[in-house]
Design a protein around this ligand. Structure first.
Ligand code: ZN
Ligand code: ZN
Length: 299
């Protein structure tokens, strides 16, 4: 809730006229508590976990022949029932863990100083903070993920997420409840170190989940905007981690590729890519027809 009674009070406090966006924010949040604003994350996450995977499902159902060439593991097929089962498992976890975690974690958001006040952050401020959040999350997630691949961590916790050796969009948040809780830490660290506005925080939570859904989609579409992000891993990169399964010691990073490169945990993936390229080159030189299609098919 904003500490200004009127628009005039707000303009006096920030010593300038409010922009249109700030006026809208003022009007909307004047009578809404900060706790309720924070809890909007529950609604946003529900919408993202539901609608973004649905986009991939409908794309597969309606344009199967057209998008087949971009499927990373083309021999693996899931029925609509499989998708529904995954979604219902994710929603059960959402109701029992993710939602309650959001409801009780508000004091930590207040403590680190996420603000709802005016002025609103500039586009530059939002973008730079989001970049920092992604980098911090990626680095921390990398090491936690490596720990999850220890014998105990994998058997007790992480193998649930690896039930999908060919991941699907609905399976991005599919994990053991302890993994859901523990991986909340990397997501929280960025805003804790560089606290920003509630709008930036909403965007961060939303974009991180959309990114996770894309990397678990099972499709490596060439037109995704994330292809233009330097050192971005993407669907093909993380799919390989699931493809190898429990023994995987490759591609631990959640977003970028630099951690795996620095710590030498991308060697299996690089070797796999070289092998596929070699097969394609051989096929071409032999006049075969298997050279077409994406460069990342795992068959
Ligand atoms: Zn893993
Ligand atoms: Zn995964």
């Amino acid at each position: 809730m904003l500490p200004y009674a009127t628009l005039h009070d707000a303009e006096t406090a920030i010593n300038r006229s409010l922009t249109t966006a700030e006026t809208l924010w003022f009007n909307y949040t004047a009578t809404t508590s900060d706790y309720v604003l924070y809890c909007y994350n529950i609604l946003f996450l529900f919408l993202i976990f539901t609608t973004v995977p649905l986009f991939y499902l409908f794309t597969e159902l309606l344009f199967r022949d057209y998008v087949a060439v971009y499927k990373i593991q083309p021999k693996v097929r899931f029925s609509v029932n499989d998708y529904f089962k995954c979604y219902s498992d994710v929603m059960r976890m959402f109701i029992l863990v993710v939602g309650p975690l959001q409801l009780v974690s508000y004091p930590s958001i207040r403590m680190i100083g996420v603000r709802t006040s005016l002025p609103l952050p500039s586009l530059m401020e939002i973008t730079s903070q989001l970049i920092v959040y992604f980098l911090i999350e990626d680095y921390t997630n990398y090491w936690i993920h490596r720990l999850f691949h220890s014998k105990w961590g994998y058997e007790k916790i992480h193998k649930v997420h690896h039930e999908y050796t060919a991941p699907i969009a609905f399976a991005a948040p599919y994990a053991h409840w302890a993994e859901v809780l523990i991986l909340g830490i990397p997501s929280f660290l960025g805003p804790a170190i560089v606290p920003g506005h509630m709008i930036t925080f909403w965007l961060w939570i939303a974009l991180r989940q959309i990114e996770a859904i894309e990397t678990h989609s099972g499709y490596d579409f060439p037109w995704t905007l994330t292809k233009y992000i330097p050192f971005y891993g993407g669907a093909d990169y993380h799919d390989y981690h699931h493809y190898v399964g429990g023994q995987s010691q490759s591609n631990f990073a959640s977003v970028f590729t630099y951690c795996d490169y620095i710590y030498g945990t991308d060697k299996g993936y690089r070797y796999h890519k070289r092998l596929l390229q070699q097969l394609r080159d051989d096929s071409k030189s032999n006049g075969g027809s298997n050279a077409s299609g994406p460069d990342n098919k795992m068959e």
